[in-house]
Design a protein around this ligand. Structure first.
Ligand code: C2E
Ligand code: MG
Ligand code: MG
Length: 702
């Protein structure tokens, strides 16, 4: 409403003062007329006391006329100086409502003479809304003045009451629109928003109208008159009524396509490989991470990560130059990309290493098929500077499994599989998970076999004779454990000793072996009259040495079997001693005190020196079969064997040569004064009855 309108009211309010009828104006006909005017009319006497009060005034001040009649104007307008009142004075001030709250008002004074009397009227307008609007506009002004000053931003205001939207000339030109072709309606705006952005735009818009955000701000795409989409940034603030109801939204809109493009280039650059344009390691790991998350949520989901590395790429690089190498990598990337199905992501990890995240496959065979297909593609010749180049690649694959915590672990396993493939010959294909899975399954299986065998007495012993090389007579046997499996047959110790050690089952296993071996040799001694002439060697693991009761156990078993302690030979390995030398020294001397003989097994496979081993009470050295096996073909091994035997003798130890397979080995060991020997040349480890057979009819190995 303009001031011009208001002057009409002033004309009306210039009314004769009716001293006789102070009261509500609306009680008179004239009063009714005043009540129809939306502004509040307050008539005052010379001193400023309220003489009349219109109905709209009652509404503005929240009171009835009788509450204020006869009181000063200050009752309702505490900050207004009546003394200053002159005609046409217009002032925004604070009104005090009956309940003590305040209301923003405009006061327009009219002072005139009527019938020699000074007549004063105040026309009061509630300006709460107008103030809110101007505040909103001021806010948006300051907020957007800067942007608009560059004359880059279009401006708009959206009248929510009549549904019209005004667009500034700049707003239109940003979108290439002519004034005559544009309707000032929300549809004009909304219909140009990119279909994918409409929902988010409306959500933001509504959120602000509902008062959930302090301003409306949104980046989205709009269709330019040329048909292309441009990125724009719209901002706005709502003007609200007293009750919070918005009735106007005004703001700006700017073209941010350049900035968006720059941003996209930046993010693309951070996530893509510059040479091939493929996703880089970072982006790949991100995708693998997402795949892992999906795997946890969705049990039916599968993924595999394949890593491929070109074979002999260095040669290409070095013979043809780096530019040619780069060209090859780009061509390779293009070829591989053509093979990608929508579910797969091809990435370059660096150098000549690429990775493929395979997300849609039925079975491992499907993955294998994909990789074979890729290998075929790679094997086609490349034309680099007119030269035909043939390359091949090694692949490693890791299958996604819930056990993986981080994407890096999947990549590491795929990498390991790839290196293994490379080692086993070019163009190989290795699955990490497959092997690991097989190993894990195998381990569980062996563990359960072992437990069952321990319970059912299916641990059996084979006995391999040890020969006195001077006489050619059997001086003892080594007891070697096996599992007699009901369907698998005899399972050798190489398959279960490691697992027995890991699971602790080596303890009950060792007890069974010791008891059985001692009982057996004791029985043989009696049966074949070999008391003091036949020993039994039993292998003990590191676990036993750290068992507190091993000495007690040995003592018990010796008593039970009636075997002379010196006829029991405990075989331990170097590594056992080296892991905990203090404990080993202590336990070994306790065992020694029982009178038991100690042998050091597999000597030469570890790294300890003989002089170091002097600290331990060892009687016999078992020289590893790797030396014996090479001594007749390799001069240096022959020298080594000579040295070992010499040193052992100086330290007061006897030597047993392990793994004698030939007569020449036997002959050489005899020459070197090796006391005893063991090996397939004499006999393989034999079942109990066959071993006993050897004692019944002793062969002469001379
Ligand atoms: P070891 O104690 O060094 O036993 C000798 C191994 O060498 C035996 O393998 C034997 O069959 C093999 N061998 C003997 N002569 C020859 C030969 O001329 N040529 C070749 N190529 N091999 C020969 P086996 O029975 O498979 O045992 C393997 C290992 O398992 C043993 O090595 C020992 O370390 C361990 N083991 C066996 N039984 C037990 C047991 O009851 N307790 C513990 N803790 N370990 C055991
Ligand atoms: Mg042994
Ligand atoms: Mg050995």
């Amino acid at each position: 409403m303009s001031n011009g309108d208001r002057s009409d009211f002033i004309a009306i309010t210039i009314v004769p003062w009716r001293p006789e009828g102070a009261g509500r104006l609306h009680e008179t006909q004239f009063g009714q007329l005043l009540d129809s005017i939306p502004e509040g009319i307050v008539a005052l006497d010379r001193t400023g006391r309220i003489q009349a009060f219109s109905k709209p005034a009652e509404r503005i001040f929240g009171c009835e006329a009788r509450d204020v009649l006869g009181r000063t104007l200050a009752t309702i307008l505490p900050e207004f100086e009546f003394a200053d009142a002159v005609s046409s004075l217009s002032k925004d001030t604070v009104g005090r409502r009956h309940d003590g709250s305040t209301v923003a008002v405009n006061v327009l004074m009219d002072v005139s003479e009527a019938g020699g009397e000074k007549v004063c009227s105040a026309i009061i307008t509630d300006i709460t809304e107008r103030q809110a609007v101007s505040r909103a506009l001021a806010e948006s002004d300051t907020r957007y003045a800067l942007a608009a000053s560059g004359a880059n931003d279009g401006l708009w205001d959206w009248n929510l009451e009549d549904g019209t939207v005004h667009f500034s000339a700049r707003w239109r030109t940003l979108l290439g629109l002519e004034e005559e072709n544009i309707k000032y309606s929300p549809e004009e705006w909304l219909s140009r928003i990119h279909p994918e952005d409409v929902d988010s735009f409306c959500n933001r818009f509504d959120a602000h109208l509902e008062g959930k955000t302090s301003q409306f701000e949104h980046e989205y795409r709009m269709r330019h008159a040329d048909g292309q989409f441009r990125w724009v940034l719209a901002r706005g603030v709502a003007a609200r009524r007293e009750n919070g109801e918005p009735y106007l939204l005004a703001g700006s809109q700017a073209d941010i396509s350049d900035r968006k493009r720059a941003e996209e280039n930046l993010t693309h650059g951070a996530l893509h490989d510059a040479l091939t344009g493929l996703p880089n390691r970072g982006l790949l790991l991100d995708r693998v991470g997402q795949a892992l998350a999906r795997l946890v949520r969705n049990a039916g989901y599968k993924f595999a990560l394949a890593v491929l590395d070109l074979d002999r790429f260095m040669i290409v690089n070095e013979s043809l130059g780096h530019a040619a190498g780069d060209e090859l990598l780009v061509s390779l990337a293009q070829r591989l990309e053509l093979k990608m199905t929508p579910g797969n992501t091809l990435a370059r990890l660096g150098g000549d290493e690429f990775a493929i995240l395979i997300e849609e496959f039925e079975s491992l065979d499907g993955v294998r098929g994909t990789i074979e297909d890729l290998q075929k593609t790679i094997s086609q010749p490349f034309d680099i500077n007119g030269e035909e180049i043939f390359v091949s690649a090694s692949f490693g694959v890791a299958i996604g499994a819930p056990g993986y915590k981080r994407a890096e672990e999947v990549l590491r396993d795929a990498d390991l599989a790839m290196y293994r493939a490379k080692k086993e010959g070019s163009s190989g294909f290795e699955t990490f998970d497959e092997n690991r899975h097989r190993r894990a399954v195998n381990q569980l299986q062996v563990e359960s076999w072992l437990r069952r065998a321990l319970d059912n007495g299916d641990i059996i012993l084979h006995y391999q004779p040890i020969i006195d090389l001077n006489t050619g007579v059997i001086s003892g046997f080594e007891a070697l454990a096996r599992i007699a499996h009901p369907t698998r047959g005899i399972v050798p110790p190489g398959e279960f000793i490691g697992i027995a050690e890991e699971t602790g089952l080596i303890i009950p296993l060792g007890e069974q072996v010791l008891a059985r071996a001692c009982a057996t040799v004791s029985e043989w001694q009696q049966r074949f009259d070999l008391q003091n002439k036949l020993s039994m060697s039993v292998n003990l693991s590191a676990r036993h040495i750290s068992e507190e009761n091993i000495v007690t156990l040995l003592d018990e078993i010796l008593t039970q079997s009636g075997l002379a302690p010196k006829d029991l030979k405990i075989e331990i390995t170097e590594s056992l001693i080296m892991t905990n030398p203090e404990l080993a020294a202590q336990t070994l001397s306790q065992i020694k005190e029982l009178g038991v003989t100690l042998s050091l097994d597999d000597f030469g496979t570890g790294y300890s020196s003989l002089s170091y081993l002097r600290r331990f009470p060892i009687d016999t050295l078992k020289m590893d079969r790797s030396f014996v096996g090479r001594m007749d073909s390799d001069e240096r091994d022959m020298e080594l064997v000579r040295m070992i035997i010499l040193l052992a003798h100086t330290l007061g130890m006897e030597v047993i040569g392990e793994g004698i397979e030939s007569e020449s080995q036997l002959g050489l060991l005899r020459e070197l004064n090796c006391e005893q020997g063991q090996g397939f040349f004499f006999a393989k480890p034999l079942p109990e009855d066959e071993a006993a057979g050897l004692l019944a009819a002793p062969p002469k190995w001379r």
